[in-house]
Design a protein around this ligand. Structure first.
Ligand code: GTP
Length: 598
């Protein structure tokens, strides 16, 4: 145990966490030339393309220091707010953290939020000033910022470049000398923290754990405390670049477990693994079921593909436990699913995976958050509204509550005015404003979650010319004056276009929606009126003018086979249209409410 160090790397997005991880693996000889690939730890295709770490993983390195061989377990943490619960569990599995700060960008919102998580878990923090090779680096100033933030000494901040290799040896020495070895008792009953799980189509769910007390042995009957289910530990081992099977993993160490579980939902991040016959009396605290934050309908473009979509979603759920879905039907779109996601990024990932891995073409409806409605009947339990059409009749509603978040934004002093106006427009209330340095300001707002789902992040980047970072955490439900704005096409309500919005913005949004839909819906052989309504009251109207008669596609010579090829190519894009009544609606129209300011 004395020779083990468990650590993670925490950083704001793009500050160089994955690059540093690669460099550490490289330096400790944990990777052979053949295995060298950029960003080794991001092994899902999608992750690599998007350049973000979606799922946390762990990897073990051996390093000789002063003649002694140490085992270093690096636990990788996801960098995006959608996956913050996973960050917190990875952090809980460590004794120390490398806090990576970009020497040009300095401290950003997620630097601070991840640091707080690490401090809450009593982690030893090793500050690393990364990218010192950049011409735009500002090492002295940023070191001062870090010293102010941590209250550490300037000489404790390690200057490094994950790109050129500066400072890597110093970082490894610091990991060994500054981070304490794990504590715990080998003789106690098994207690291991699940900090991640990965679905493998051939071997089932692989569970990643850190042993806090006791030992886990191959073949042992183990139990997951939160789910109450028992399994045989068919295979256990440590994680190098490949899995190394072992007979036993002891207190303080990190490993993987394979039990033949086929459904990702049976393994919950944050759960405790214990011995089935002699269970621990103290499961590791802080476990919570992860709740979806954003909901949207997913419908097949072809109504006949509903069953295919169902089986694709079920398969996807086997390897992504945070995806939830229930069947729903829409008058406009037919049968589909209401799906819950951790956030907007998660939603995009699911949609992309459905298309790439399962070859589905789907329509996604306007995302919304989960509301609580209370009727005048005085029911003790709220009605959960995950779809605007589930909102009870307005005349029976006593009040509606919506989820609120605490938003932390760090920006340059020059942009404070712009950022404030944006947050206030988004119904934010300022809670605190702190000058971190004379140029850098931290703003804290209470804001409705729904407002950040709707284009907040892009707008924030625009109003701050890119100099703003953002992080949020949920703070509970608050009563709001919310109404449902319905959209009628050709006098027919299209339920999939309805949105719940704040009363004060309803007229404005209704008007914008009509204008946007007019742009997006192709002209047809007849006039199409577009109306926005609250209840039976029409609040806005536009008309898509009919095409003039015989503008039917003319063939202007040219090579017909080439034209056909082109048409083939366009088909996929074109297919993403839904016929609602006699109007064709393209996918973008369903997301129009998100893009009212474009
Ligand atoms: N010049 C320079 N560039 C670096 C250095 N470290 C990382 N980068 C670059 O910075 C960018 C972001 O690095 P990543 O390692 O992907 O950042 P990350 O923090 O892992 O990002 P997420 O996984 O999305 O959280 C990449 O283009 C890297 O090549 C460095 O020391 N110097």
């Amino acid at each position: 145990m004395e020779k083990i160090r468990n650590f993670c790397i925490i950083a704001h997005i793009d500050h160089g966490k994955s690059t540093l991880a690669d460099r550490l693996l490289d330096f400790t000889g944990s990777v052979t030339e053949r295995e060298k690939q950029d960003q080794l730890l991001d092994n899902m295709d999608l992750e690599r393309e998007r350049g973000i770490t979606i799922k946390s993983h762990a990897i073990q390195m051996d390093y000789v220091h002063n003649g002694e061989t140490y085992t270093l377990n690096l636990i990788d943490t996801p960098g995006h707010v959608d996956f913050s619960y996973e960050v917190s569990r990875s952090i809980a599995a460590c004794e120390g953290a490398l806090l990576v700060v970009d020497a040009a960008q300095s401290i950003q919102a997620q630097t601070i939020s991840n640091l707080y998580l690490a401090l809450e878990n009593d982690l030893e923090i090793i500050p690393v000033l990364n990218k010192v090779d950049l011409p735009s680096a500002n090492p002295e100033e940023v070191t001062d910022d870090i010293v102010d933030l941590l209250g550490c000494k300037p000489e404790e901040v390690i200057q490094a470049s994950a790109k050129t290799g500066i400072g890597i040896e110093e970082i490894l020495t610091a990991i060994i000398e500054r981070i304490p070895p794990p504590k715990g008792n080998r003789d106690e009953s098994l207690q291991a923290l699940v900090f991640d799980s990965v679905y493998n189509p051939f071997r089932g769910v692989e569970t990643y754990f850190r042993v806090v007390n006791g030992e886990i042995a191959k073949g042992q009957k183990i139990k997951f405390v939160a789910t109450g289910k028992s399994y045989d530990a068919d295979e256990i081992g440590t994680l190098k670049l490949t899995q190394i099977p072992k007979n036993k993993i002891s207190t303080g160490d990190v490993g993987y477990l394979i039990t033949g579980i086929k459904d990702a939902r049976e393994v919950k991040v944050g759960d405790t693994i214990t011995d089935s016959a002699n269970p621990t009396k103290n499961p590791i605290g802080g476990f919570e079921d992860v709740k979806p934050m954003v909901f949207a309908g997913i419908y097949p473009v072809d109504t006949e593909d509903f069953e295919d979509l169902r089986s694709s979603m079920e398969k996807l759920q086997l390897n992504d436990a945070s995806l939830v879905f229930t069947p729903e039907s829409s008058a406009a779109l037919g049968f589909g699913f209401r799906c819950g996601f951790l956030g907007m990024l998660h939603m995009e990932i699911i949609q992309e995976r459905l298309e790439r891995e399962f070859d589905m073409t789907v329509i996604t409806t306007v995302p919304n958050v989960s509301y609580h409605a209370y009727t005048t009947k005085g029911d003790p339990e709220p009605i959960i509204v995950n779809n605007p059409s589930d909102l009870p009749d307005p005349s029976t509603i006593d009040r509606v509550e919506e989820p609120y978040i605490k938003a932390t934004i760090i920006t340059k002093a020059d942009f404070v005015g712009n950022v404030m106006s944006l947050c206030i427009e988004k119904r934010g209330q300022i809670v605190n404003q702190t000058y971190l340095t004379p140029e850098r300001v931290e703003l804290i707002f209470d804001m409705p979650l729904a407002e950040i789902v709707f284009d907040f992040y892009d707008r924030l980047k625009t109003v701050s010319k890119g100099y703003a970072s953002f992080d949020y955490s949920p703070i509970g439900m608050r009563t709001s004056k919310l109404v449902r704005v319905d959209i009628l096409l050709n006098a027919q309500p299209v339920d999939a276009l309805s949105a719940l919005v704040h009363f004060d913005n309803a007229y404005h949004i209704g008007k914008k929606m009509c204008e946007k839909l007019k742009e997006l819906i192709p002209r047809q052989q007849f006039d199409i009126p577009i109306q926005a309504a609250i209840g039976s009251k029409i609040i806005s109207r536009e008309t898509i003018k009919a095409l003039r008669k015989d503008v039917t596609a003319k063939c202007y010579g040219g090579d017909i086979s080439r034209k056909r090829k082109l048409l083939e190519k366009q088909k996929k894009g074109k297919k993403r249209m839904r016929q609602v009544g006699n109007v064709e609606i393209p996918q973008q129209a369903f997301m129009a409410v998100l893009k009212l300011n474009d």
